[in-house]
Every structure is written in C-alpha cells, then in structure tokens.
Design a protein around this ligand. Structure first.
Ligand code: SF4
Length: 209
C-alpha cells in the first residue's frame, strides 16, 4: 500500500484547550502550517510558513505518545488553517484510534468529513463561511478587534443556527479588547441576540502555548 502523503506540521503539544466551549479540557494540539488568510491580528503568524513535512504515520505515533502520557482522547487540529491541507486521511486514522477530534477553522475551506467539535472562527472583512462549515459548526467565534461592529456580530449570528453559541473572543487578552467585547456583549443582549458568549484565552492567562 502507498504511504499517505506527508503533512506540513508546525507543532504537536499537550495543553489545556484555551477557548470556547471546551475551555480548560486536557487536549493534544496538532498545529498545521499554512493559512489562506493573512489577518493583521493573527497570533499564530509563525504557523503561516514555519514547519516541517512529516509523514502521517509519524504524526499519529507522536499523538498516541502524548495520549499515553496525558490520558486524554481530545485532539485539537488547528493552524494556521488546518483545512488548506488534505487532513481527511489523518482524521480517519485518528478516529479509528479512538480520538475525539476538534477542528479550529476560519470557515473558508470546504470540510468533507465529520468531526466531534467544529470551531468556526470567522474573519473580517467579509466573515465568509462555506455552507459545510455552517452546517457542521459546534460553535462560532469572532475575535474582538478594534473594528468589530455590532452589525457584524448580528450578521454572523443570522448565518448560524441559534443553538450554536457565538463567542466574542478578546484579542490576545488585551484590556481594550476585553472592554470592547463587554460592550458588544451588552449591546447584543439589549438587542435580543441569542446565544452570545463572552470568552477569553485561558492559555494566555496561564502563560501556556
Ligand atoms: S485565519 Fe487564523 S491563522 Fe490564518 S491569518 Fe487569520 S488568524 Fe491567522
């Protein structure tokens, strides 16, 4: 049988999930290299280019090694943008090995397989998302930049089913962003927007990766 193609990987590590509805849970992270966007607030720029080609069997065995050490089945596949590479074969192997899979995506790329938890983090200026990412989303996230407006929060809220939480995610735990997130949250509540959540980046508070 032909070996699976390599994937360009930035890092594999254990930490606590830092954001969203799985915040605080022990998690193995697989960060892929490359992204189709270039957000000016990006806090993982190092993943745009840096990384190394690793064959999928090796990736799987490293992940299994982390599970032996840390006893968690959750893996968060992130980036960069993880869906710019063909990760479907790896995801299938991870599922066969009993992992629970979260993908953190910007929502602009097609997703042709199912996962246990899909975090869709839409990006300005157009907050575009594919139909598949909207249909499969477990949660939606917006980074609270200086330019984020209530009208954009409303627009994104309408794109997703109301039972999908929409997180306001302060940018890199900066004070102005917390204040802005709170103001947007308060306005959203007054305006009757459903299922809006205030978030934070736990890993940055704890000084973790
Ligand atoms: S989509 Fe994410 S990884 Fe890509 S540039 Fe924007 S913030 Fe960075």
């Amino acid at each position: 049988m032909q070996p699976l193609p390599t994937l360009r990987i930035n890092e594999i590590f254990f930490s606590a999930e830092g954001e969203g509805g799985r915040q605080g849970q022990p998690t193995i992270f697989l960060r892929l290299s490359g992204c189709n966007l270039r957000c000016d607030f990006c806090d993982t720029r190092y993943a745009w280019e840096e990384g190394q080609e690793i064959n999928q069997e090796t990736i799987l065995s490293k992940i299994v090694g982390f599970r032996k050490k840390y006893k968690t089945d959750w893996i968060s596949i992130t980036g960069g943008e993880p869906l710019v590479q063909d990760i479907k074969p790896l995801v299938e192997k991870l599922k066969q090995a009993g992992f629970k899979i979260q993908i953190e995506t910007n929502g602009t790329k097609p997703i042709t397989f199912e996962v246990d938890w899909l975090t869709v983090s839409l990006k300005p200026p157009d907050f575009f998302s594919t139909r598949a990412s909207r249909q499969q989303a477990t949660e939606v996230k917006l980074v609270v930049t200086k330019n984020l407006k209530l009208a954009e929060v409303e627009k994104v809220r309408k794109k997703f089913r109301v039972n999908i939480p929409l997180w306001l995610q302060p940018k890199s735990n900066e004070d102005w962003s917390y204040q802005r997130a709170w103001r947007l949250f308060e306005q959203a509540a007054r305006g009757g927007l459903k299922n809006i959540r205030l978030g934070c980046q736990l890993h940055k508070i704890y000084g973790l990766r």
